[in-house]
Design a protein around this ligand. Structure first.
Ligand SMILES: [Zn+2]
Length: 550
């Protein structure tokens, strides 16, 4: 029996503790022994637990919160992007070319230069040319998808290796960008990129491991202590198991096993089988990712009513149900019956309905369950369907960074939706007011992994780059800071099945914590997204520490 009065290993004191525990919302100090929180209270309450070997961290008025949990993220691929030639930070054509040249020079042994992250805005007509890439990488083939992954920049060597020339026809579902004389000019759209992609050296286990390690380091530096990996295929499952077995998986991970939409119900038993292999360390594959539609910008999000066409009048396009609704129902009934969690991707209002209908079928067939279904993205929800989340106990999984006016929203999305449906976007406050649970996630690497930036948009509904310039997108859907923190802590812990042991700062829970460099609740504290995490702990172990905390 451990002695309850034994000294703590770590005491964090002299700060503002936002506990996300409704019984005691605020405190000043927290004591940790082993992997658990052993006291939460005032500075005086915790002082008796300070012994000669206790590490005392003076918070100096900073904010201590539960560790953030990202309910929808792709860490392995995001990490691999970063260790390959990542040009996301380069601004302008010259800088992008220079970044690629530098990467190629630093990696002379690579047979291919593979990267990602260029922006269409940096190139004339949005299509970069092979000659520019040849100048950066003259000696080897090079392959770089753009930021959204729909267009890929290749050099002359890559085109030659793939046998793409003026005689090559555009493949089904793709297009080869060409000069006036018909020669390929260096950009391949959609399926055309696959002609080159199949020549790339396969991603090795070592690369996946390094990707996960890189991503985990970044997530910890942002205060993220647990996450749900929103696409776990066999290779990802193996990567997490290797990391856990080798002892370096410090984050707590719920894995959402990928539903292959090219296949049908015959895969249910395989998914159950993979889940039944059980947890390994902090990794647990207990969820199934069902991608029910695409994205609105490309007319692939599934809509109840047709998209508007360029002239502003309704057309005939309603998007695509990636999974037949009847198959989806049957799949979710069986997934739920097996005790696995349905994790839906649904952008359009019809995809949301189909996801809710599938859960309704599961509730009817199986009765209540503890599988905690959740629907990610929820870009457009028909107002009639908002109350169904609470009624069916389906959690909304919000990616709040997207809920604001920026170029993609204003130029590509709103014109397709029209004024009425524009108002149905990202109704986070409506969901909460209807009694629904709300989890939050980043969808990194599609968006930043930084929960503080995500929370700023949840609270302001204004893009951080246009603070004070643009109006809020649907200001009635703004959340309070406390609601946003709840979403990224206890809300996501719920869908990760970790809320009994994490997600709030309470005596007896695991010491998964983050320290933010300022009290976000103080007046005049500045934009939420400008705050930084300075310390992250998981199970009492400090996994990230900024020297500023010392
Ligand atoms: Zn995603």
């Amino acid at each position: 029996m451990p002695n309850p009065d034994a000294p703590a290993d770590v005491v964090l004191t002299g700060g503002h503790v936002h506990t996300v525990d409704s019984a005691r919302p605020r405190a000043e100090a927290v004591a940790i022994r082993g992997d658990r929180i052993v006291a939460v209270g005032s500075v005086a309450d915790v002082r008796p637990l300070i012994g000669s070997r206790t590490r005392v961290i003076d918070l100096r008025g900073r904010l201590l919160v539960p560790g953030f949990q990202d309910a929808h993220v792709h860490p392995i691929s995001a990490g691999i992007d970063l260790i390959e030639c990542d040009v996301r930070d380069a601004r302008g054509r010259e800088a992008v070319i220079e970044a690629i040249r530098a990467y190629a020079g630093a990696h002379p042994d690579l047979a291919w230069v593979i990267g990602s992250g260029w922006s269409m805005a940096d190139f004339e007509r949005g299509v970069p040319r092979r000659e520019d890439l040849d100048a950066a990488v003259p000696d080897r083939p090079a392959f770089l998808p753009n930021r959204d992954g729909h267009s890929t920049w290749v050099n002359t060597r890559a085109l030659a290796l793939a046998g793409i020339d003026r005689a090559t026809p555009d493949p089904a579902g793709g297009r080869i960008e060409r000069d006036r004389d018909g020669n390929p000019s260096g950009t391949l759209h959609e399926a055309a990129a696959e002609i080159v992609e199949r020549l790339l050296p396969p991603t090795t286990d070592a690369t996946r491991d390094e990707g996960l390690r890189t991503a985990q380091r970044i997530l910890h530096s942002l205060g993220v202590t647990a996450w749900q990996d929103a696409i776990v295929e066999a290779a990802g499952d193996a990567t997490y198991r290797r990391a856990a077995a080798a002892g370096w998986l410090t984050g707590r991970v719920e894995g959402a096993l990928w539903w292959d939409r090219e296949r049908g119900l015959e895969q249910v038993d395989e998914l159950i089988e993979r889940s039944r292999r059980g947890p390994e360390g902090r990794y647990r594959p207990n969820s199934v990712k069902l991608m029910t539609d695409g994205v609105l910008e490309t007319f692939t999000g599934a809509m109840l009513d047709p998209y508007l066409e360029a002239d502003g009048r309704p057309g005939t396009r309603r998007g695509i149900s990636f999974i037949d609704p009847e198959v989806l129902k049957e799949a979710v009934v069986r997934i739920d019956a097996a005790g696995l969690q349905p994790h839906f991707h649904a952008s359009g209002d019809r995809a949301v309905v189909e996801s809710l209908d599938a859960v309704e079928a599961a509730r009817a067939a199986n009765g209540p369950s503890d599988t905690r279904p959740h629907i990610a993205h929820i870009q457009v929800i028909h107002p009639d369907d908002v109350p169904r989340f609470a009624a069916l106990d389906v959690a909304g999984n919000a990616q709040p960074l997207w809920a604001c006016h920026e170029a993609q929203m204003d130029e590509l999305t709103i014109p397709l939706l029209g004024p009425e449906r524009t108002k149905w976007q990202y109704p986070f406050a409506s969901l909460l007011r209807s009694g629904a649970r709300l989890a939050m996630g980043s969808d990194w690497s599609v968006s930043t992994a930084n929960p503080l930036l995500e929370m700023e948009v949840a609270v302001e509904r204004v893009w951080p780059d246009s603070r004070g310039e643009k109006e809020a997108l649907l200001p009635s859907e703004r959340l309070t800071l406390a609601e946003a923190i709840h979403g990224f802590t206890l809300g996501s812990a719920y869908v990760n099945h970790l809320d009994d042991v994490t997600g709030s700062i309470e005596t007896g829970k695991l010491a998964d914590l983050a320290v933010i460099d300022r009290d976000l609740f103080a007046p005049d504290t500045g934009p939420i997204g400008e705050a930084r995490v300075v310390l992250t702990a998981i199970g009492g172990d400090i996994v990230f520490e900024d020297p500023a905390i010392r």
